[in-house]
Design a protein around this ligand. Structure first.
Ligand SMILES: *Cc1c(COP(=O)(O)O)cnc(C)c1O
Length: 643
């Protein structure tokens, strides 16, 4: 492998965050490896070229179900090994939280693999439950219901139990218990042998997680019952003669839990609570430890927000060890552990690939080394000219500061009407020349002062990228969550540009200017120079958790095209293409009716024909063109290659 390729792997951190799923081939293209056999690979650039030939342009979301399977197996294996190692006597089951990615393709593929291990689903709303009830789950898997529930929600849970599913109603509020007991009575009266749902209780732990979602845990958390409330649940269940329905204890202290120490503390507290309830002769079988296993998006293996200081093995070991220790100490049986990890299972499997459409010019160009000044040019321009011609490795910092002051003065003078447009133009060119020189000198130093990091960001290229941050990477905008971004080709060529990304929404927040780095956060990304007639493609990695379902319609950019890719002996197979949103879909999402829009447009054109401003033929053409747009893609048409 060439050293340039090795360098690219390091620059973009592929081996740090890639979990062994990604690499670069000899052609310098990004590849995805099948987890079951890393010799089976798919060339992402080839997939995109192939799709393009079929008329499926970027942006495209590529889904690799095998990576979802890979994560499921990784987690299952980790727990199986820990259970064996610590002689744990309970089992381990997962339920996939549908809110993390409720797309049919994801849920169906998850169930396909998960069924082998009796993995089930978790639903947090009526719609999620409604979907879950219509899917086939393994006979011994659970369907756990979290979130706030009204009577209808609970009735739907009973319908699930009647259909033979192991539905668990997790009580988040006491009113939910009242509805549950009431419905249980009704059904029991009709049929004493009817299957009833399981009752679970969510505890409010004192322990908190770490990272962005710290507030999901602790005493002030939105969810969970206090100790007094749990005792009240037990009392009411006993009174109703239904204590045997209470089989699960649940907690969830937040998503993307970055610090294993905090997780262990929560496990201790929850295990102790389980043990104490168990000692009250209540046969709880399941301890549901929630979700929250973090994805190491930046690959730094730290407790930084976009990282995690543990892997699946360490997580499983700690969970099993802590729960076993507490249970043995309290002399109660080991519960079956239920895990609700969503992010960890689904993040890796989806990649958004799109093209850089163009570059946005911000720095004044061209640099005019020959710029001649004369007595008519104002003093301020002369000063900038002198700075530019005499800046060097020793004085660059001071000169850069002088240039900043001079530029402010230049603008002030212009606003006061003291200098001409031409003089202002000259001053700007000189200012950027000085910045460029200062940047060059600054970056030669071992430690680059912070102000020059900012300068670099100011000076860097801005790549107009054909996607919407709000639709496809909303957590980057809302939470400053980092996602690895990497070119899918040219990785055998050294990147020569520093760039930030601008998306195509008309929103100044639609930018990406923070990038993953092993030690810090990069303000700019190393990318290749754009070549006019060639497309340049970037991949936004690890976007399979939350991004698709949290993404919004801002600026009416709809869902991107989607392709499902299987990696086999002969490379890749595109199993399915799902077309993205059309202009018709996009306006429909805000309740416009394309038919009605067409009618009104047609009327305006007919009026123009009547007024003699358009011929019949011209008019028909305009109408036809407009109406045709209903079926076109909401994103820009890539113009690399040809026109
Ligand atoms: C969101 C959520 C999860 C999933 O969390 P991840 O961080 O994606 O694993 C699990 N359980 C509950 C109750 C949740 O609200």
């Amino acid at each position: 492998m060439s050293t340039v390729i090795e360098q690219s792997i390091e620059t973009y951190g592929i081996d740090n965050w890639g979990a062994d799923y990604f690499g670069v081939n000899r052609k310098g293209n990004l590849i995805v490896k099948a987890p079951e056999n890393e010799n089976l690979t798919a060339d992402v650039k080839e997939i995109i070229d192939d799709l393009r030939k079929r008329g499926v342009n970027t942006p495209v979301l590529l889904r690799f179900p095998q990576l979802l399977f890979g994560q499921i197996r990784k987690l299952q294996t980790a727990f199986r090994k820990s259970i064996k190692e610590f002689e744990y006597e309970g089992g381990h089951l997962c339920v996939f939280p549908m809110k993390v990615n409720s797309n049919r393709a994801v849920i169906e593929e998850y169930l396909r693999e998960g069924t082998r291990y009796n993995f089930g689903l978790e639903a947090g709303s009526k719609a999620e439950l409604y979907a879950a009830l219509g899917l086939e789950q393994a006979k011994d898997s659970l369907l756990v219901l979290n979130g706030f529930k009204d009577r209808e929600f609970i009735e739907l849970a009973f319908a699930g139990a009647a259909a033979g599913k192991n539905v668990v109603i997790v009580i988040e509020k006491l009113s939910e218990l009242d509805h549950t007991l009431d419905l249980a009575e009704k059904i029991h009266a009709e049929n004493p042998d009817a299957d009833l749902p399981i009752i679970g209780v969510r505890v409010k732990l004192y322990s908190k997680g770490s990272g962005k979602w710290e507030k999901s845990g602790g005493e002030a958390a939105k969810f969970g019952l206090t100790t007094t409330e749990i005792l009240e649940v037990i009392r009411r269940l006993q009174e109703a003669g239904r204590i045997d329905m209470f089989k699960l204890l649940h907690f969830h202290i937040g998503s993307q839990l970055t610090d294993i120490k905090r997780i262990k503390n929560a496990m201790k507290e929850a295990a102790r609570t389980y043990a104490k309830i168990r000692q009250m002769k209540i046969p709880i079988e399941y301890l549901d430890v929630g979700g929250g296993m973090a994805v190491d998006y930046d690959g730094s293996r730290t407790s930084f927000e976009s990282s995690a200081n543990y892997n699946a093995r360490e997580f499983a070991n700690d969970v099993i060890y802590v729960i076993k220790t507490v249970c043995d100490d309290e002399n109660v049986p080991h519960p079956t552990i239920i895990q609700e990890s969503g992010r960890y299972l689904s993040a890796y499997h989806a990649i958004l690939v799109t093209n850089v459409q163009d570059e946005i010019e911000t720095v004044v160009e061209p640099h005019d080394a020959e710029m001649k000044l004369d007595a008519n040019d104002p003093q301020i321009v002369h000063e900038l000219h002198d700075l530019r011609d005499t800046i060097n490795a020793k004085n660059y910092r001071e000169y850069y500061h002088d240039a900043l002051e001079n530029r402010d003065e230049l603008f002030t003078m212009f606003n006061l009407g003291l200098i001409s447009l031409e003089a202002k133009g000259k001053g700007e060119v000189l200012f950027w020349d000085i910045c460029e020189a200062a940047d060059k000198f600054a970056q030669l130093k071992k430690y680059v002062a912070e102000e020059f990091d900012e300068l670099r960001q100011l000076m860097c290229a801005k790549y107009l990228t054909n996607f919407s941050v709000f639709r496809s990477m909303p957590d980057n905008w809302a939470l400053e969550q980092l996602f690895p971004i990497i070119p899918i080709h040219k990785l055998n060529k050294k990147p020569t540009e520093y760039a930030t990304l601008c998306d195509i929404t008309c929103d100044s927040d639609g930018i990406v200017d923070k990038f993953v780095d092993l030690h810090d956060v990069k303000p700019v990304l190393e990318l290749h120079k754009l070549v006019k007639s060639e497309p340049y493609y970037l991949a936004m990695m690890l976007v399979g958790a939350y991004q698709e379902v949290m993404g919004n319609n801002h600026n009416l950019f709809g869902m991107p095209h989607e392709a499902h890719v299987f990696i086999g002996e002969d490379g890749y197979i595109i199993k399915k293409v799902i077309y993205g949103a059309t202009l018709g879909d996009a306006v429909g999402s805000v309740r416009f009716d394309p038919e009605q829009l067409h009618d009104t447009f047609r009327k305006s054109v007919l009026q123009r024909i009547k007024e003699g401003k358009l011929s019949n033929t011209e008019g028909s053409k305009v109408i036809e063109f407009y109406e045709d747009q209903v079926g076109s893609y909401t994103y820009l048409t890539p113009n690399g290659g040809k026109g």
